[in-house]
Write a protein that binds this ligand. Structure first.
Ligand SMILES: Nc1ncnc2c1ncn2[C@@H]1O[C@H](COP(=O)(O)OP(=O)(O)O)[C@@H](O)[C@H]1O
Ligand SMILES: [Mg+2]
Length: 394
């Protein structure tokens, strides 16, 4: 396979070739993933390109994951077709909600997306690990997800428009791939070696639990089969940029039609992971840690409650039964997503990587598996029940 990995010079040449800059202009480049500390990217190459008149970000979408291939020592292929989904979804999210970078130019052949430079904003996962808070995040994203659930589904669209949308955002294979990573037969939950020996007994017991295993299988099938509305699919805080007033979501390469609970479950899991990290951040003042934990749980609460309220505004007669199912599926997916990002190795969430004590890390992992058991066994009806469980057990 020919790699054609861009470097800073060839990135500048491409930008000129595609007319983003004048060909005589003195353009500078920053390789964001290599040169900027607080970024998270496991798959592609990202360059900031600028001259005195403008700046753009260039994402090179490769037919494989750069970081994962390096980590595994073998090529980890991902369908390069995802550039179509990424550019279409970013464009949709931007026009629908101003919640994504503007897309300036796409070259499918070269695997290039030129987009708005948002380097003035910061990566949310890193901001949270530094103890920064963004109070209205939960409400804004909860509403956004409910609006997506409504306006891009048959709740709002006639069947012809929905069919057109399904074709435009066709993502069956990529959706299946991401779905399997979280809920497949070989998801993180099955990897005994990826967790500390202290949790092995509990993990093995849950792995032998037919109720849990069957329910995860059902989630997996649902995620693969359902195409109810447009979803981001990879919505975690590492794919969100924020400032005090702005929220932008990135990295929509798996986006397309899917199940709302994927987005609600995954974004809420980022806050639960951050909550768990503060249990063990002994380098930080206790009061500050408690403040962050309260904030994280408030975000989980707001995400679900704002989603529910907005859905109620859209479909007052249907929302109760719709929400009930979305809620149950979301909290289960939330638990599985926590496990995904707690496993050692390349997927380990940045905030958890800051935990230095082995004993504390084992406690966090154990809690995550207990949480997994609880979401499949306890009778949670509202998000507050889930939050109460966390407060009682942490
Ligand atoms: N338009 C942009 N403006 C500023 N930074 C960006 C932009 N796009 C990506 N980045 C930075 O690069 C990181 C990786 O980008 P992302 O699209 O998530 O790639 P990957 O698919 O490799 O995860 C992001 O977390 C963000 O910090
Ligand atoms: Mg990303």
């Amino acid at each position: 396979m020919k790699l054609n990995l861009l470097n800073k010079d060839t990135a500048i040449q491409k930008a000129k070739k595609f007319g983003l800059f004048d060909k005589n202009s003195d353009v500078h480049a920053v390789d964001i993933l290599k040169e900027v500390d607080e970024t998270e990217g496991l798959v592609n190459q990202i360059f900031l390109l600028f001259d005195p008149t403008r700046s753009v970000v260039l994402k090179q979408v490769l037919p494989f994951s750069l970081a994962i291939s390096k980590y595994l020592g073998e090529l980890h292929e991902i369908d390069p077709e995802r550039i179509r989904l990424e550019s279409r979804a970013l464009t949709f999210f931007e026009s629908f909600y101003h919640i994504a970078p503007k897309v300036y130019k796409v070259s499918k052949k070269d695997g290039l997306i030129f987009m708005e430079d948002l380097t003035g904003l910061n990566n949310l996962r890193y901001e949270l690990s530094l103890g920064k808070i963004f109070p209205d995040f939960g409400i804004r994203i909860g509403r956004f997800l409910a609006d997506l659930r409504y306006y891009t589904s048959e709740l709002y669209l006639d069947s012809e428009s929905k069919k057109r949308q399904d074709a435009y955002f066709e993502n069956t294979d990529l959706r299946a791939k991401l779905t399997d990573m979280i809920t497949g037969e070989d998801n993180a939950f099955h990897h005994l070696d990826s967790f500390l020996p202290e949790v092995r007994a509990l993990q093995s017991r849950l792995l032998d639990d037919p109720k849990i295993i069957n329910s995860i299988r059902e989630l997996n099938q649902k995620l693969k089969a359902n195409a109810e509305c447009l979803c981001h699919m990879d919505l975690h805080t590492g794919n969100v940029l924020v400032s005090s007033g702005e929220i932008k979501i990135l990295d929509s390469e798996f986006s397309g039609n899917g199940s709302t609970f994927m987005d609600l479950g995954r974004i809420s899991s980022s806050f639960l992971i951050n909550y768990l990290s503060w249990l063990a951040r002994e380098d930080v003042d206790l009061q500050k840690r408690q403040l962050m934990q309260a904030y994280d749980l408030q975000m989980v609460h707001d995400l679900y409650e704002a989603f529910k309220l907005r859905l109620k505004e859209h479909v007052p007669d249907l929302y109760e039964s719709l929400y009930k199912e979305i809620f149950q599926d979301s909290i289960r997916l939330m638990a599985l997503s926590v496990i995904l990002r707690l496993q050692s190795g390349i997927a380990l969430s940045h905030d958890i990587s800051l935990v230095k004590s082995h004993r504390r890390l084992a406690q966090i992992q154990k809690l995550a598996f207990e949480f997994l058991e609880a979401v499949f066994y306890e009778d949670f009806n509202e998000i507050q029940d889930v939050i109460d469980w966390v407060c009682t057990h942490a």
